[in-house]
Design a protein around this ligand. Structure first.
Ligand code: GLN
Length: 231
């Protein structure tokens, strides 16, 4: 037959709000380093994407259950995740810090004993917090998105939250009333994820596009666009 097969549109899950990597701008349009990078790679390699801001944990769950093709959401490449997912080459450096209220005296994990900290469901930062929880004896409360987690600390319900340092640095720079209290731990990198053994063509295209965008300066332009304009 002569039926024309429509070009596949890859469904890419992302977080609802994780600036400077993904967030809705003033016109309610999704922008950020991850969004621009994914769109630029798709253009470079000639494939189509539909970016779905569904939340970090929801995106990871949807990828695992095969409802979407990939996750681009400031997702850290970790050994545990590599058992379930295949990652692209790393595209951004990260690490886990705690952020506290501006007037807080907390400077170390030791000072968290008996106190409550805020975590974001399914994140590498939450996994790190849970791995040191019994040693430092803190309590936890979990949230599905970063904003409500930050607010819990701003409101004084929690004394600290665990977050990635590039994300917290940007949030503070753009007005969040918290401060970073510890040095980055669990240093690592963000990568684009697909289900293990699936969507290998997409993964190869992403890696190939990323190399090209790094060579031709587009990658740096995208990063600078968000980091230079932060108030
Ligand atoms: N970087 C963290 C992780 O990989 C959180 C990502 C996010 O919240 N969007 O788990």
């Amino acid at each position: 037959t002569n039926s024309v097969k429509a070009a596949k549109v890859y469904q890419i899950g992302t977080d609802v709000t994780y600036p400077p990597f993904e967030f809705a701008n003033d016109q309610n349009k999704y922008v950020g380093i991850d969004i621009d990078l994914m769109n630029a790679v798709a253009k470079e390699e000639g494939f189509k994407v539909n970016i779905k801001p569904i939340g970090f944990n929801a995106a990871v769950q949807s990828l695992e259950s095969g409802q979407i093709d990939g996750v681009m959401a400031g997702m850290a490449i970790t050994p545990v995740r590599q058992q379930t997912f295949d990652f692209s080459k790393p595209y951004y450096k990260t690490g886990v810090i705690i952020a506290v209220a501006k007037n807080s005296k907390i400077k170390s994990f030791k000072q968290l004993r008996g106190k409550k900290v805020a975590l974001k469901t399914g994140t590498a930062a939450a996994a790190y917090a849970q791995s040191i929880q019994s040693k430092y004896g803190f309590k936890t409360v979990t949230f599905d998105d970063s904003d409500t987690m930050y607010n819990d600390v701003v409101n004084g319900n929690s004394v600290a939250c665990f977050e990635d340092y590039p994300v917290m640095q940007y949030a503070i720079k753009t007005g969040l009333k918290l401060k970073i209290a510890t040095k980055p731990a669990q240093s690592g990198y963000y990568g684009f994820a697909v289900m293990k053994g699936k969507n290998q063509v997409l993964l190869q295209k992403f890696d190939r596009g990323l190399v090209k965008l790094k060579k031709n300066g587009t990658y740096q332009k995208i990063v600078n666009k968000y980091l230079d304009t932060a108030a």
